[in-house]
Design a protein around this ligand. Structure first.
Ligand SMILES: *Cc1c(COP(=O)(O)O)cnc(C)c1O
Length: 417
């Protein structure tokens, strides 16, 4: 059975009592520790670490991670604006987005750095800021992710400029007198480290054909174990190999490239717990299943429903009693058969029974490793459930509310009857 990650059983009960259910709890110490690890990424000629804030976008988390020295990778103009409002200096924000923000000009004039992710984006930027510097995102021709949904490189992925179109990149840059001083590749989330290193060397090959590039961003995508049997990428080992590649690139081409990395998952995944509550326990007979129903699910944690992702789940007896275990499925509260927290690993349509502490109605349940792509990527307001609250456990052990629970009035606020 999986264990609680950073909260004690008493703390889980305390959070449920004081902040209600469901609620995300973030661990400041864990976030800071991961930031330190990323900033220690081995490098040959300098490093900028960015937090890919789409993984979890609360201002408190942005402030903790940027406070440790990380900069920001924003996935939309709105994210860039959100980071600025959280107090991040615009010069520390790099915008790498699928959608051109309408206020691109205003963001860049404030100091936000821009990565053009398509030829159209490069032309638009060139027309706005001729004669300036820019970064381009290249699809190096190969991708790697924990599953096809998380793979954002290779011929089946629309992200970045296809590597065979470099002549058009160079021609567009010439047309607008742009200097391409940054190059970016982000090839997938949850990548196998070998694959990651391989893609990094492919990126260096491409950089040989963009002679003004001085900084190379290799994106994020470091594999992060959530279940006790899963492994986490060793950044020191990966980084050591990348640093050697940068050194030999410098020997061959006389260019000392500055390295950028921008993890999302690695920084936040294991530093959050969702505390929710058992609201019902039903079964479908001797040949069926026991279903533990919680007052959460895809409203807060969608990854199991779309990826077959696995998250540790721990039932915490409300009365503190020691209980036996039961084999069960854990499901959410939406009228949706895909609202399941225990799919078969890697198969969102399959069922993956778990051995858990026998659950009683009212027990708090901890869903672990929900820091990345959970709060930020949920089916908010489906079945009209309000967006849940978020809490931070500070380094001194206090619990601080960092996002209030939504009200029904707020759900309805923009409807025009
Ligand atoms: C999502 C994203 C990241 C972070 O990916 P993780 O797998 O969460 O580390 C980094 N860079 C870009 C451009 C992204 O879109």
């Amino acid at each position: 059975m999986e264990q609680l990650a950073f909260l004690t059983e008493d703390e889980v009960r305390q959070v449920q009592r004081e902040f209600g259910s469901p609620v995300f709890v973030y661990d400041q110490a864990g976030l800071e520790d991961r930031a330190t690890q990323v900033l220690a990424f081995p490098n040959a000629f300098g490093l900028t670490g960015r937090y890919a804030m789409k993984a979890s976008s609360n201002a408190a988390i942005i402030q903790i991670l940027t406070g440790k020295g990380l900069n920001i990778d924003a996935s939309s103009g709105y994210e860039a604006e959100r980071a600025i409002r959280a107090g991040v200096a615009p010069e520390r924000i790099q915008l790498t987005a699928q959608q051109l923000p309408e206020d691109l000009g205003a963001l860049v004039r404030q100091g936000v750095l821009y990565t053009a992710c398509s030829l159209h984006q490069l032309r638009t930027y060139g027309a706005l800021f001729p004669g300036s510097e820019v970064c381009v995102r290249i699809n190096p021709g190969l991708g790697s992710g924990q599953n096809n949904r998380c793979n954002v490189g290779g011929p089946s992925s629309s992200f970045g400029i296809w590597h065979e179109h470099l002549p058009e990149v160079t021609a567009t840059a010439a047309e607008y007198q742009l200097r391409i001083t940054g190059m970016h590749t982000h090839i997938g989330s949850g990548s196998d480290p070998e694959m990651w290193v391989h893609c990094a060397t492919m990126s260096l090959d491409i950089a040989t054909r963009l002679p003004e590039v001085t900084r190379l961003s290799l994106g994020g995508g470091y594999k992060t174990g959530r279940m006790s049997y899963e492994t986490t990428a060793d950044l020191q080992a990966i980084g050591g190999r990348i640093a050697r590649e940068f050194e030999s690139f410098a020997e061959r081409y006389g260019r000392k490239l500055h390295l950028e990395v921008e993890p999302g998952t690695f920084l936040v995944a294991n530093s959050a717990t969702l505390v929710c509550t058992v609201m019902d326990v039903v079964d479908t007979g001797a040949d069926g299943h026991v279903f533990v129903k919680v007052d959460s699910g895809m409203n807060e944690v969608l990854r199991p429903s779309i990826y077959g992702a696995q998250h540790p789940i721990v039932v915490v007896p409300a009365d503190g009693a020691k209980r036996g275990t039961q084999t069960c499925l854990v499901v959410g509260r939406c009228c949706e058969s895909g609202d399941i927290l225990t799919p078969e690993p890697g198969n969102p349509e399959g069922l993956g029974s778990r051995e858990l502490t026998e659950a009683h109605i009212g027990d708090p349940v901890a869903v672990e490793a929900v820091g990345a792509y959970c709060s930020a990527m949920c089916t908010k307001n489906y079945n009209s459930f309000p967006e849940c609250a978020e809490v931070l456990r500070t380094t001194t052990g206090e619990f601080r509310l960092i996002r209030k629970r939504q009200t029904l009035e707020q759900i309805l606020a923009n409807e025009v009857a």
